[in-house]
Design a protein around this ligand. Structure first.
Ligand code: SF4
Ligand code: SF4
Length: 189
């Protein structure tokens, strides 16, 4: 399927960190043209080439979720099981805007039965959207591996996995479990 054009959006060129350019995340790229678009598009760095914007790739997502309009960027993890809704630091509550929230909940319900979870990330805080509502995961660094199970009744369990310190069994993880009320295993920590 052909990707749709970005239109007036250039949010990822500010939002992305690009190591080879020494560009931190959330700072406008030096190659971003005043009139929009990348001045070095054909020779853009690997970080930029590797970035896949869900809105651009998936025509079924509504126009209103275009990142510059919604102020959220949707991406998938490598396995495709985790849809990430990332808010910019300047708009950490963008996902809570009624129209955006409604669309995200629709995305959650449409993917739930396939075991695909919609995770919202705003700074250090994360949430899992469930058909029952929003499940707060608390402060979770973005590089912490997450394992989760989505149940047919709309409940969920999420394990936040942290590697054990160097020198200990590298295969072992410290897991913190979060669960929606009523889900199998709820009440564990
Ligand atoms: S965030 Fe998506 S729609 Fe916006 S400029 Fe980047 S690729 Fe295009
Ligand atoms: S190099 Fe181009 S595509 Fe990459 S962040 Fe800069 S403006 Fe965007």
């Amino acid at each position: 399927m052909q990707a749709r054009p970005c239109g007036a959006c250039d949010l990822c060129c500010t939002w992305l960190g690009v190591n080879s350019l020494g560009k931190p995340a959330h700072v406008a790229c030096v190659h971003l043209r005043r009139e929009g678009g990348c001045a070095v598009y054909e020779a853009r760095p690997a970080d930029c080439r590797g970035f896949v914007c869900m809105w651009k790739e998936e025509a079924r997502l509504p126009h209103s979720l275009r990142p510059d309009l919604s102020r959220v960027i949707l991406t998938r993890d490598e396995a495709g099981r985790r849809l990430r809704v990332t808010c910019s630091p300047a708009n950490p509550l963008a996902w809570r805007r009624p129209a955006t929230f409604k669309r995200l909940m629709r995305l959650c319900r449409a993917n739930w039965a396939d075991g695909i979870g919609v995770f919202v990330i705003a700074g250090l805080r994360q949430w899992l959207l469930t058909p029952r509502g929003v499940m707060a995961l608390g402060e979770v660094r973005d590089d912490v591996p997450v394992r989760f199970a989505l149940h047919a009744d709309g409940s969920a369990q999420v394990e936040l996995l942290a590697p054990v310190p160097a020198g200990e069994d590298a295969e072992r993880y410290v897991a913190t479990l979060r669960a929606t009320p009523g889900s199998p295993g709820a009440g564990q920590t």
